[in-house]
Unconditional design. Sequence first.
Length: 256
Amino acid sequence: MGSIPKKSAKSHSEESSERSSNQKKNANYSRERLARIIFERLGKEYPGSASSLCALQHKNPFQLLVATILSAQCTDERVNQVTPLLFAEYPTPALLAKADPSRLEEIVRPTGFYRSKSGNLIAMAEAVTTNFKGKIPKQMDDLVSLPGVGRKTANVILSVAYNLPGLPVDTHVQRLTKRMGLTTETTPDKIEMDISPLLKPEELGAFSLRLILHGRKVCKARKPLCDICPLADICPSSGITVETAAEIKVGAKSSK
Ligand code: SF4
C-alpha cells in the first residue's frame, strides 16, 4: 500500500470538484466492471482466499462457527485469546451442548455480551447435535435455523469453512460498498442480494474479506485514508470527510 502519492491540502470546492470528477469516471463503469476492478485491486493489497484471509483461528467448521458467534461486537484478536481454552474444554458440539452455563460464561466473558453468547453457543451446539448429527451444515437454510446464526455468520461458514459461495455483509462491507458506489441498498440482506451477482460465486467470500480488511486499515468509518487508497481514482467518495459523507451520491451506473 502507499503507492499513490499524498495529496496536498485542498479547499472544500476543490474537494467537491474532485468528487464530482470521480463520480463521472465511476459512472462510466457498469457495476460489474466496478466490482471487478475493486476485487482485483484489493486482491493485490490483501491476496488469498476467504479461508486464508479470515483472522479467526479455527481448525474445523465447528470451531469457526463458535468463533464467529463470539466475534459479534468484539475484535478477532480478543476472540482468538478466548477460543483456545474454550475449544480445549468443549472440543465437539456434543460436549458444548452439555456445558455448565456459568463455566462457559466465565470463559467467553472477555468477548462481551457473555450471557447471550454463552446461551447461543449452548443452544447452537444442542441443535447441531440433535438436528445435524453433530456436523455443521453446509446449507444456508440449515445454518440460519441454528440459534445465534444469521445470514452474515452463515455466509462466513459457507465461504471460509466450506469454500462455497457466500458474501458475509458486516458493517465494513455495508460502509465500503456504499462509498464505492456499488449499491444503494442499506440493509445487510439487500446488500448481499444486490452485490452477489456482480462477481463469480467463488469470489464472494474473498471479496467480503478484502472489503473488511480495507475497511479496517484504510477506508475507516470516521476517517477514510483516501490519500493512500488504491481505489481513489475510481471511488466517488474519494476525499470525503465525516461531515461530507452524507452528501455523497452513488455514482455507479446501474447494470440491472
Ligand atoms: S478510502 Fe476513500 S477512496 Fe478509498 S474506498 Fe474509502 S472513501 Fe473511497
